[in-house]
Design a protein. Structure first.
Length: 256
């Protein structure tokens, strides 16, 4: 089943009229979400992450696609004793608060030019989760392996899903046109396989993503008792709120 889904997704993306884009994103919590995330200084932390879109262009002005991404809204680290009986050996504990999301979307590109404004609508799910990982402090990760050699253990402390939907607007700036367009401009056609047959564009967009209520942890929500009082006890201070946010995307797009 998994192989069938992968084949379908690849076929969908690379069919005639397909496109891919990859963006670095920043997000700004809004409404209840912003209020819940405020720290002791009264500031709500922004987040950062990556965003991926695969789409099929029904025509030049309209596309349907799949969106996925992940961003981090909290990150903390501390050095802790390896065990309760000695503090001569320490390890690093890292906790990250993240949002993973996936949407189906449509995209409307009303004008075909070097600079193309566009609009989009999205509907899907977001997952707010918190993970804690332990790392060896006296270790060098081997870049040739597909895992972190310094990681000792990992645990998911929290995970909740929320319905997500929203609207976006942005623009694309064409950097490289398809080879056949360039050839037509000089009334010449060359079948050389060295030509780039796709279109490369720079993109910038802003999305407002509404999110239903979720239960989650934020940076500082996990507290610990004093080790001198005995075995450390952990407490979770949960947050519940709607999960609206503004997402800013900057990236590149390839259209086939």
């Amino acid at each position: 089943m998994k192989k069938c889904l992968i084949v379908f997704f690849v076929s969908f993306i690379f069919s005639q009229g397909g496109g891919l884009n990859f963006s670095l994103i920043g997000h700004l919590p809004r409404g209840e979400f912003k209020e819940e995330l405020k720290n002791d200084s009264g500031n709500a932390p922004s987040g950062w992450g990556i965003d991926f879109n695969g789409m099929y262009y029904v025509n030049d002005a309209f596309a349907l696609g799949i969106n996925a991404g992940n961003s981090i809204y909290g990150n903390s680290r501390r050095s802790i004793p390896f065990n309760y009986y000695t503090d001569l050996i320490s390890i690093t504990e890292q906790t990250k608060n993240s949002i993973a999301y996936g949407h189906l979307f449509f995209k409307v590109v009303p004008f075909q030019s070097k600079v193309r404004p566009y609009f989009e609508g999205l509907i899907g799910l977001k997952n707010l989760y918190t993970k804690t990982r332990l790392f060896n402090e006296n270790c060098v990760d081997d870049p040739d392996t597909d895992h972190d050699d310094c990681e000792i253990a990992e645990s998911t402390n929290a995970s909740d899903y929320a319905f997500s939907y929203g609207l976006g607007a942005g623009f694309e700036v064409v950097l490289i046109e398809p080879s056949y367009v360039e050839h037509n401009k000089i009334e010449y056609m060359d079948n050389s396989k060295d030509d780039f047959d796709g279109e490369l564009s720079f993109l910038f967009s802003v999305r407002y993503l509404y999110g239903d209520e979720a239960k989650y942890l934020k940076e500082g929500s996990i507290t610990f008792t004093n080790p001198s009082d005995g075995p450390v006890q952990t407490s979770f201070n949960w947050s519940n709120s709607m999960t609206d946010l503004i997402q800013i995307n900057i990236g590149l797009q390839v259209k086939f």
